[in-house]
Design a protein around this ligand. Structure first.
Ligand code: GDP
Length: 534
């Protein structure tokens, strides 16, 4: 098969939702029906076994939330589908944003009783910024939920784009009769239970109006009325509009009952996009060199969008997750890290087929491969087989919460340094080193990140630390057009200057006025609330 054929049959998407909407359940069913796993329950089981084998994940277990995101690959209808899970808890939103830079589309799961919830709203914003195409799944139709027209209305308002119903529910809760598939013009009849395979559900063509009306009574009449209203008010499905992030196809179902799931799996193959070209912005002699990299280009390129430690206590290592942008990966290939120009010598490279780490034979654009690393690879790094490329766009947000790290046993200073370097590289927390010396500062977007880091410093690096509050409430990354301007600024605020884990200069602030005053005083200095890895 040619590279173009390989990339065309790939789909890489993230699954997003507010906690408890049914993301884990749906993920499990997608894997089950694509044939990637044999038994239901194994995604949850995998969650559980991770808890059992990885002690820092104790925190996750205690809180019943998912700290880490993970990657799963499945084969369905000759397509390679890469599913990226995202942590639902808002304190780990940074991780989620980075995952969203690695996908070509998103599947949004909504609880039909709750509609669009807080955490979903934040994720939608990020998708909107990037014009990521979104497929919507309205889950839990077997419960007493909201009117489907009402839900569509809310999704449209929140997403700021029209919904295009692809299936339509007949009834809900105790009287949930099933869904009408608007494309095939047939009704799939609901039956509860988690054993049923998609092909086991009864289907009735819409031409059998009399039979449907008799069997589903007033639910049927009401569904036909609301379906007419919904389809009348919404545009028809338009592939170009969907791909441009300007309309979302909507599916209804009940994940836990295996119902309406196959329609979503088919939509991923039929509607979701194959890998798109990515832009490389390399700076050569201070001049930007912009290059569009096509997925089917033969040279290997990819971006590290996630680094994770100790996924499995049996392998005490770290994995750098690379989203491939072009080319083909084969074992033994020589790769280099653009930032350092160093050759990357991965001890092993894995894919995530069937949720087990498996040695990868070959991978193409759109695939996620994991390199084991012992340092030297950072979030946002561009990896190539030799070409000079630099993908940008992996976001780091200026933290709003800061803590000072105090080591209880001063003899462990070196270990603390290693720990903070590694956790900083992973993006678990942002580490700032004040230029005037003194204790290191940790910066986070969510409070829970501090707890995870404190726990991991103890468990993985044997460093007992105390975290103390400090006066800082924000940071801005600093750039200037000339070194002299930059020097003038840093000389004016020596006590506010710090370097982050990537060695980028940041100004620490104690209030929003700080930045404004500094900006007024130094109009030529650029203050960045967001750092894109470059
Ligand atoms: P996540 O936090 O989004 O991953 O949600 P889970 O998949 O863990 O589901 C949260 C809860 O909702 C669990 O108790 C599921 O069994 C339940 N659930 C998931 N899908 C459905 C559904 O379609 N109907 C009903 N009634 N419950 C569901």
């Amino acid at each position: 098969m040619t590279y173009a054929n390989e990339t065309r049959r790939r789909r890489t998407f993230a699954i997003i939702s507010h906690p408890d909407a049914g993301k884990t359940t749906l993920t499990e069913k997608l894997l089950l029906f694509s044939g990637a796993i044999q038994i239901a329950g194994s995604v949850k089981a995998r969650k559980a076994s991770r808890h059992a084998t990885s002690d820092w994940m104790e925190i996750e277990k205690q809180r019943g939330i998912s700290v880490a995101s993970s990657v799963m690959q499945m084969l369905y209808r000759e397509h390679v589908i890469n599913l990226l899970d995202t942590p639902g808890h808002k304190d780990f939103s940074e991780d989620t944003y980075r995952v969203l830079t690695a996908v070509d589309s998103a599947l949004m799961v909504i609880d039909a009783a709750n509609g669009v919830e807080a955490q979903t709203r934040r994720l939608i914003e990020v998708c909107r910024q990037r014009d990521t195409p979104i497929i919507t799944f309205v889950n839990k139709m077997d419960r007493e939920v909201r009117d489907p027209l009402d839900i569509l209305d809310e999704v449209e308002r929140e997403l700021g784009m029209p919904c295009v119903p692809m299936t339509w529910p007949v009834g809900q809760g105790k009287s949930f009769g099933g869904i009408v598939n608007l494309r095939t013009q047939a009704m799939t009849v609901f039956d509860s239970g988690s054993e049923r395979l998609p092909q086991d559900f009864e289907t009735i063509p819409l031409t059998e109006q009399a039979q449907l009306a008799e069997r589903f009574g007033s639910e049927w009449t009401a569904a036909m009325d609301s379906m007419e209203l919904a389809t009348g008010a919404s545009p028809t499905f338009d592939e170009a509009a969907f791909l441009a992030g300007k309309q979302t196809p909507v599916f209804f179902g009940s994940g836990v009952n295996n119902f309406g799931v196959m329609e979503v799996l088919d939509a991923l193959v039929d509607l979701a996009p194959a890998p798109k070209p990515r832009t490389s912005n390399l700076i050569v002699n201070k001049q930007p060199v912009v290059k569009e990299i096509q997925p089917e280009d033969s040279a290997f390129s990819g971006v590290v969008f996630k680094v994770q430690a100790n996924m499995d206590a049996n392998h005490r290592d770290r994995i750098a997750f690379v989203r491939m942008a072009s080319g083909k990966y084969t074992p033994g290939m020589k790769l280099k890290v653009q930032r350092t120009a160093k050759e990357l010598r991965p001890t092993s490279v894995v894919t995530f087929l069937s949720q087990r780490r498996e040695a990868v034979d070959e991978a193409y654009a759109g695939d996620i491969i994991g390199f084991t690393t012992h340092g030297g690879v950072q979030l946002g790094d561009t990896i190539t087989d030799g070409a000079n490329l630099q993908f940008t766009g992996l976001p780091f947000f200026a933290p709003e919460l800061f803590m000072t790290v105090i080591l209880k046993n001063p003899l462990r200073t070196k270990q603390l340094q290693t720990g903070l370097d590694q956790l900083g590289e992973e993006g678990a927390i942002q580490v700032f080193k004040p230029e005037i010396g003194g204790p290191m500062l940790l910066g986070a977007v969510g409070q829970l990140q501090f707890e995870v880091v404190q726990h991991r410093l103890k468990a993985e690096y044997d460093c007992d630390v105390r975290l103390e509050g400090c006066q800082y409430t924000g940071a801005r990354w600093i750039t200037a057009d000339t070194p002299a301007e930059l020097r003038e600024f840093t000389n004016a605020y020596p006590q506010r200057m710090s370097l982050d884990a990537a060695g980028t200069l940041a100004y620490l602030c104690t209030s929003p006025y700080d930045v404004r005053l500094a900006q007024e005083r130094f109009p030529k200095i650029h203050f960045h609330p967001l750092r894109e890895h470059a």
